[in-house]
Write a protein that binds this ligand. Sequence first.
Ligand code: TGC
Ligand code: FAD
Length: 393
Amino acid sequence: MKELAAPPTDYYLLDDLLTDDERMVRDTVRRFVEREVLPHIGGWWLRGEFPRHLIPALGSLGVLGANLPAEYGAAGVNNIAYGLILQELERGDSGIRSFASVQGALVMYPIHRFGSEAQRRRWLPALARGEAIGCFGLTEHTAGSDPGAMSTRARRRGDGWELSGTKMWITNGSMADVALVWARTDDDEIGGFLVERGTPGFAAHEVKTKASMRASDTSELVFDGVKISDDARLPEAKGLSAPLACLTQARYGISWSAVGAALACFEEALAYARDRVAFGRPIAATQIIQARLVDMLTEITKAQLLAYRLGQLKDQGKLRYTQVSLAKRNNVRAALEIARDARSILGAAGITLEFHAMRHAANLETVDTYEGTYDIHTLILGRDLTGFNAFGA
Ligand code: TGC
Ligand code: FAD
């Protein structure tokens, strides 16, 4: 297969650090996004549609839960290749990447890490192939940044459980065949429960008024006395650290994927600035536009280096969740600022969906909020540095 030309934004020759396999994985997903996503994404986003028809192809490409072991049907790639996959998906759209993040990091990972062997065999191959869709219900209307304040309950009923409560802002929620729901048990411990679509008392309602992440399914999940058997509980998920460990996996991926959105915006702004003439010369020939482009490239290069080093640490088993917070916080905020700046360089044209910057900027408002807001990651890092917890009373 022909190698793609090095992107203009690989300023520090990071390609040289990648193995042939990592480059091949990245280029395969990039081609897929260029062919299947970019020509259509503006329309899907405008109409508020998630492109469900792409799910089987994402499964065949091996991008779902790609860093999990091949034994359960996943691709079994390393964490650098996994990061590159998410980077390329978000170069297309944050909503497509979010689908893959939730499926892999927030549904497949917890089933693999905290589930029984029967749960792994039942769900992981189908989720990897895209034949089943999963969602992850942690956030509630009144418990977002502070998931420990959740009020969803799992009460013991005979041999099984009864779930009651509501989850909010759940990606893939209306499409999901299986919802991983986090709930407080009678002994006040947080546990994870697999609830299948169609179980009586379980309903999902899609949020239709979003001005961000429009090509993504975001839903409210309602559990009204939902009865499930004991084998629907993840046996090894005990306490808040279990869902938080899943968030570390998803935040790791977002540290890479934000770079993809930033690259898309930067490359678009650079091309436009070279072409667009104002006052008799290309705007790229003005000092202000050049300074802005240089700042964008500098932030992208820093973000790429952070993501790459994070991947090495993860592959070596040395990763601390606070290091992931640093990269998620920095890379998403950098991408958001780059997207806004790219939009501004495009002038009026930049507000349309014929270009990508505005869509990415709107999406990145969500990415800056979910998986721990920018401020929450500041507090996680502040606590790590000082030993003082500044979250609340
Ligand atoms: P805290 O005392 O900090 O922690 C309780 C226990 O958990 C451990 N822990 C973690 N372990 C692994 N990874 C992490 N990121 C961890 N954070 C904490 C911690 O060591 C402790 O363990 P142990 O053994 O001592 O019990 O608990 P806290 O209640 O003070 O937590 C505060 C805070 C702010 C850190 C946490 O609650 C937080 O991260 N809040 C943000 C919530 C959030 O990010 N929600 C995301 C929901 S999912 C989502 O947005 C999906 S978007 C779709 C997509 O990803 O594409
Ligand atoms: P709040 O916690 O109410 O925060 C509001 C503001 O207060 C923020 O600026 C925050 O930084 C600030 N703040 C909060 N506490 C403090 C403090 N102690 N000190 C200083 N400032 C503070 N959740 C899931 O469980 N699963 C999903 O699949 C999922 N998908 C999502 C998809 C979308 C499109 C969106 C928008 C959200 C999604 N979420 C999901 C929810 C997301 O994780 C939460 O929105 C996020 O954790 C923030 O919670 P909140 O919205 O309740 O904000």
